[in-house]
Design a protein. Sequence first.
Length: 286
Amino acid sequence: MELLRPESAEAAAAVLGHGSVALAGGTELVPLLRDGLVHAETLVEVGHVVPRGIDGTTIGAATTLAELEVDPEIPQVLREACSLAASPQLRAMSTLGGNLLQATRCWYWRLGFECYLHGGDLCHARRGQHREHAIFGNERCASAHPSDPAAALLALGARLRTTARELPISELYRLPTDDDRNVTALQPGELILEVDAPRPEASVYLKAMDRRKWSFALVGVAAARYADGVRLALAGVAPVPWELPSPDALEEATPLPGTAYKVDIARALVRRALEAVGAGGAPGSA
Ligand SMILES: Cc1cc2nc3c(=O)[nH]c(=O)nc-3n(C[C@H](O)[C@H](O)[C@H](O)COP(=O)(O)OP(=O)(O)OC[C@H]3O[C@@H](n4cnc5c(N)ncnc54)[C@H](O)[C@@H]3O)c2cc1C
Ligand code: SF4
């Protein structure tokens, strides 16, 4: 396998695709390569050409979760989402860009079963083990998106700058369809460069886990209050980070038999999150 170290983000983007994959901290990519879930002839190191650091509301995509969790300029919801993710060692290596693009933790997918997300016809989790799986958007693939920072950035209404365009973070993600099983809209050869996250008046991230540390979200709730209202977003409940238009929208959940408990957890965390940002009422009423 070849390792390239291009001199600019544009040069990196130009060689991506056709068997070349971007490598940032490697905490996600290396295990996927090792397990044969990603195939690459060339790794393109991007950590040194993608911006790193924080400038006002702009965050370089190569900034690590460890750097974000301690920076007072970063909104509380994102700091908390980073500090509750993974372990200190992983957060020291994990970049924000890589975190947003991490793959599902569904074990059927990780063990290489030919399920819907791998291009097959069936979601094995829907019929089999699915305690950690989705309560929304789960008709075809019932996986639960694992990124805590993505939910925080969705609640913040963040925008991304890539090598090709600017887009709201909500447009980075898509539910897989019969025509396209991807869960992101990022094009081959497109690199995330920066994230712009407007500062809220108050914000919080609450995370229910099997353990208090080093555990993926069973349910993560991000809330951010701005002058025009509160935005809510959830991790661990759908194949993509999930925006919740109002607490009442939880009643539209479509849980599987083994994930119904997540709706109760989400109700409790949404209520606590709204109280924490000083908006006991519904989003939009702050
Ligand atoms: C044991 C374990 C526990 C974890 N727990 C949590 C958790 O609780 N919560 C949570 O949110 N996350 C968790 N994670 C995920 C972790 O945060 C990610 O693995 C990490 O953030 C990925 O960042 P990276 O820089 O290492 O990405 P890499 O592994 O280098 O890359 C990941 C993917 O992103 C692509 N990529 C990287 N940077 C860019 C870019 N700038 N533009 C375009 N594509 C890019 C790569 O090509 C690759 O496909 C956990 C991971 C592990 C291994
Ligand atoms: S939940 Fe998604 S990733 Fe898991 S088995 Fe079903 S289709 Fe595959």
